[in-house]
Design a protein around this ligand. Structure first.
Ligand code: NAG
Ligand code: NAG
Length: 340
């Protein structure tokens, strides 16, 4: 049903946080392209080439043989956000191991291996030309960038202008974070004008990568979004603002716009998330990033009126309710808009 919903709104790329075989099977024959994930808890074990190869044999190979499109594997998510030093130390060896295992299975070049970072890895992000990674993250990122460059894999970053606005609503202009018309800000070093914060964040990451000596690594936004509800202290979390953010972002994607630093490279953005997640812990915003309610009705109107097929019978209904719990919690969490 979710596969039908996504096709009805012309979504052609989906990012999962795991590699649930039921989800991948449900999309067979649809042409939808998947980024799948190895959870942080499994990263240390992947350092072993035997474990990496077994994981691929189980989670990737059968789906590729059946015709699924899996173009990228993220090894861990936001590993440098916390202080899990065991995870951080094993991240790059695990990526090497997964990459080598792909080669051993004859899949080199077919599936990218990378990880997704939180914007917390940035030390300086304004102006974009001065973008630099936090000093503590540099020793990890230096060899990581060498790996991405050598394997031609993209750098993934999770960007939430919402957090910047929520933290300082008096000083961060709402129009600037919501892609609304505004004068923007000019980078004094490059003279480039930024009319929205997301592009400034992406270009700051490009600058930080360049400062470590690389100009050949693509930056993609592996998560962005805006919550439609929040706790009283989560300023800006409303359906109006969420609809404006996502609607304007869709228009930019449709225009195949690039950032001021890379105007010819259309931004590649995954939107978090497909559904509201009723069981997710944390502040109210965490449960309200979805474009849709579980029954397929849109949370706000950005012209995405999808079709979720009805449930066949009460037995099916019960199964769907169970399946949705899984989906809401761990599976389909991010969708990319590639409007055709
Ligand atoms: C990690 O940070 C948390 C909170 O910031 C702290 O409670 C915990 O002791 C830290 N763990 C380690 C291993 O440093
Ligand atoms: C891997 O990432 C690179 C860099 O972004 C991209 O050009 C290439 O198409 C990706 N490969 C696949 C199989 O998607």
């Amino acid at each position: 049903r979710v596969s039908t919903l996504l096709r009805s709104i012309k979504i052609s790329k989906v990012k999962l946080y795991d590699a649930d075989p039921h989800v991948l099977r449900a999309f067979l024959g649809t042409g939808v392209e998947f980024v799948i994930g190895i959870g942080n808890e499994h990263v240390p074990a992947m350092v072993s080439s035997t474990v990496a190869q077994a994981w691929l044999q189980q989670h990737v190979v059968p789906h590729l043989h059946a015709g699924a499109r899996i173009t990228c594997i993220t090894v861990g998510n936001e590993a440098f956000k916390g202080n899990d030093t065991a995870l951080q130390a094993s991240l790059l060896p695990a990526m090497h191991s997964v990459h080598q295992a792909l080669g051993a299975l004859g899949l080199q070049g077919r599936v990218n291996v990378t990880t997704a970072h939180s914007l917390d890895i940035m030390g300086v992000s304004y102006p974009p030309s001065a973008g630099a990674f936090a000093p503590g993250a540099v020793p990890h990122l230096q060899p990581f960038l060498k790996f991405l460059s050598a394997t031609r894999a993209p750098f993934l970053i999770n960007c939430y202008p919402f957090f910047a606005y929520k933290d300082d609503p008096a000083r961060v202009p709402l129009d600037y974070v919501l892609f609304q018309p505004n004068a923007g800000v000019t980078d004094p070093n490059t003279g480039l004008n930024y009319d929205n914060m997301l592009y400034a964040q992406v270009d700051a990451v490009y600058s930080a990568i360049k400062a470590l000596g690389h100009t050949d690594v693509d930056v993609k936004v592996s998560e962005t979004g805006w919550p439609s509800r929040g706790d009283p202290d989560e300023v800006g979390a409303t359906p109006q603002h969420a609809g404006t953010y996502i609607g304007n972002l869709l228009r930019r994607i449709e225009m195949k716009q690039g950032t001021p630093l890379r105007p010819a490279v259309p931004i590649d953005v995954y939107v978090f998330a497909l559904f509201n997640e009723n069981l997710k812990p944390g502040p109210a915003s965490e449960r309200n990033y979805g474009l849709f309610y579980p029954d397929g009705t849109p949370v706000y109107n950005v012209g995405l009126r999808g079709y979720l097929p009805p449930m066949a019978d009460s037995q099916g209904a019960r199964q769907f309710t169970q399946a949705v719990h899984v989906i809401l919690l761990i599976a389909i969490a991010t969708v990319a808009f590639a409007l055709s």
